[in-house]
Design a protein around this ligand. Sequence first.
Ligand code: PLP
Length: 346
Amino acid sequence: MPGLIDRYRARLPVGPATPIISLGEGSTPLLAAPRLSELLGVDLHLKLEGANPTGSFKDRGMTLALSKAAEDGARTVICASTGNTSASAAAYAARAGIRCVVVVPGGKVALGKLAQAQAAGAVVCAIDGSFDDGLRLVLELCERHPITLVNNLNPYRLEGQKTAAFEIVEELGVPDWLALPVGNAGNITAYHRGFREAVAAGDAAQCPRLLGCQAAGAAAMVRGVDIGDPETIATAIRIGAPIRRDEAVRAARESEGAFVAAADEEILEWYGRVSVLEGVFCEPSSATSLAGLARARADGTVEEGARVVCVLTGHGLKDPETATAHSAPTLRSPATLAALERIALG
Ligand SMILES: *Cc1c(COP(=O)(O)O)cnc(C)c1O
């Protein structure tokens, strides 16, 4: 499969002179989930965005952001990040030969994500502050110096991310609902744009209803106000002031969708279930879409039998600490047949 710029070139803001910085992103699996479907009383499909090159959907936006940065002759790119943006920016910047600086909230980034940014040679800086603090500082730096911002305020990020909607329409048609986790609300905005463009092109009859799912401790969209000290185990969406709030409100309203919040315990419950019942290992933030869907089924927002696509935004390997802390412990055994037999036979 080509990268997503080659696949959707006609619908993206690239020209013949744009160097394509790609790691083969996009074209991710859309998997039927029969066991979870039965549990939830819907026809559920999972969009596995963890299958992107750095393990999250951020690669869809980053291929475009770095291609345009390279076209413009950028020397340095920078982002504030809860983790996945930095992993993706670092990899695509390495591919482009551009210097990359990432600013993360100290102690609040999953281990795999930090390791990825470090391995790709990025300058990784942990601040004594939140993501929202980091973003404010990074924006100021970009105003003062010739540094290119690759946070989702960069308009090319959403252009790349909208392609996930095209893929779903091509493979499945238009589902009744699309459920996804919401932090800065860039991705829900991008999906809305992608589905609307598919409708305009005659590829789809309508936009699915969008279900924006948040962690209860960082539910700035659900509550309608920013949150000073967001807190959740779903660190990728530990954000108090969503950058794309207004567009996301419009996306939910125009699609006749909704925002919903789920507690950390519910997020962890569905995080475990999707692994154990479907063999799909995602990060806790991604499971927020399933926890939110369960809530929306319980209160009748999502009707029985609806066809639903849940976007699983990032790979489980991103956050090995949460995985090991919330699974059965590893057994220790002497290296003997008798001991192993006892364990293997239960
Ligand atoms: C970035 C991210 C999100 C949130 O996306 P927004 O565009 O900020 O709403 C959700 N899940 C994962 C795994 C992410 O990396």
